[in-house]
Each structure stands twice: as structure tokens, then as C-alpha cells.
Design a protein around this ligand. Structure first.
Ligand SMILES: [Zn+2]
Length: 217
């Protein structure tokens, strides 16, 4: 009796995935989509100035990605012509370089023309003054709009058939349905499947009401 081709494929896929220690192919990994409010990543040297030498960040709330957290500490961003964003949240842990991620609306309010960049890629971006309770630092660069991206571990990347730096699509259904066409793939063994978009993007697609969300290669 001829065996149905789809059945064979399914069996093969399951065997392969089992051997690799993964879930069966028919169960997609759980996808979390989160809006990142504007925030700052801070270096040791800059935190020393802003909050005093040796100050350690205090965890206010753990974030979805292991080890990341919203800190209790906030700063004030001072842009051109003294336009200000206060209560700008610091996210931990500390980074090598300080960086501030704002939404497009924030950038317009500040009068800054911000490029869309992948986190960490800040060469040639605008700077700003940042004020903390103990002092002020001038960032020569590092204010960006963060590119929408998806974190995943290597197993999840294998499930979708993507590699580091690939672009995927994110389809959001619902009344304000939107498809994002350039969702950048970031793979790390410690990651959990998770799309990060900024607050403008979340508002535009009605993320808080979205019922169908689909990540597409
Ligand atoms: Zn992220």
C-alpha cells in the first residue's frame, strides 16, 4: 500500500527533531510579542557619574529575556533646545556602552532625527545629555530607534529555518492589522522566542488587542 507523502514527511521531521532533542514540528514554539517602552542601557562608567561610584542597579521588574530587568533607577534625557524626557527607565544588566532607545514620537518631541538601528550599533548616531541624581553625562552618540527584532534560541531558529541577521515577517491580525516586513532575527542560546517592538509600532498595530499573531519566514 502506498504511504501518503505528507505522512512520511511528518514522520521524518519528527524523527529528525527528536534526535536533535526538539519538540515535534507541528507544535510551533510559543511566541511572545512585547512593546519596549523607551529606555536606557547604561555602562559602568556612566552609572558611576549618574548614580555615584559603584552604584548597583536595583531590580524593579524582571523582563521576559533571562537576566534582563527594568531597574528602579531612572534618568532625565536632555535633548537639543532643552527639550526633556524625564523618568527614562534604565534596563539592566550593565552594558559596555550606554545607549538610549526611543520611539519615533519621542524623537519628534525632542527634535532629534534618529536612525533605526540594531541595539549596539550606535556609530554616528545622535547624542544627548543624561542627568541622574548624582551627576550628568554627555553621550556623544547612542540615541536610536531600535529596529523591530525577534530573539530566539538555535532550536527555535531551526524550527523557522532562519539564521542570525535574517529578516522575518510578523503578521498582526485584528482591526488595526499590520504586517511588519523587516523583523530582524537575533539568535542566542539563552534567548526565548520574543519579538521586541517599540511603543509606536505596538500602538500602530493595536498589539494590546491583537488576537492572531504570526511569525513568518
Ligand atoms: Zn530585544
Amino acid at each position: 500500500m502506498p504511504v501518503d507523502r505528507a505522512v512520511v514527511e511528518e514522520i521524518v521531521r519528527e524523527v529528525v527533531l527528536k534526535r536533535l532533542g526538539r519538540r515535534p514540528a507541528n507544535s510551533a514554539p510559543t511566541l511572545a510579542v512585547h512593546a519596549s517602552a523607551r529606555h536606557m542601557h547604561v555602562s559602568r562608567a556612566d552609572l558611576d557619574v549618574l548614580y555615584g561610584p559603584g552604584h548597583e542597579l536595583t531590580v524593579d521588574r524582571p523582563l521576559y529575556q533571562e537576566g534582563n530587568f527594568a531597574a528602579k533607577e531612572t534618568v532625565t534625557l536632555i535633548g537639543p533646545r532643552s527639550r526633556v524626557i524625564s523618568n527614562l527607565r534604565i534596563l539592566g544588566p550593565l552594558r559596555k556602552q550606554s545607549q538610549i532607545e526611543l520611539a519615533f514620537t519621542d524623537a519628534i518631541g525632542l527634535g532629534l532625527d534618529l536612525p533605526i538601528r540594531l541595539s549596539g550599533d550606535i556609530a554616528g548616531t545622535p547624542g544627548a545629555f543624561v542627568m541622574g541624581p548624582k551627576g550628568m553625562v554627555e553621550l556623544k552618540e547612542g540615541v536610536i530607534r531600535a529596529a523591530i527584532h525577534v530573539h530566539m534560541n538555535p532550536e527555535e531558529a531551526a524550527f523557522y529555518g532562519v539564521k542570525q541577521g535574517d529578516m522575518m515577517k510578523l503578521r498582526i491580525g485584528g482591526d488595526a492589522g499590520v504586517t511588519f516586513n523587516r523583523v530582524l532575527v537575533r539568535i542566542d542560546p539563552t534567548s526565548r522566542l520574543n519579538v521586541h517592538m517599540d511603543s509606536d509600532e505596538a500602538n500602530a498595530c493595536g498589539l494590546h488587542l491583537a488576537k492572531e499573531i504570526e511569525l513568518i519566514k
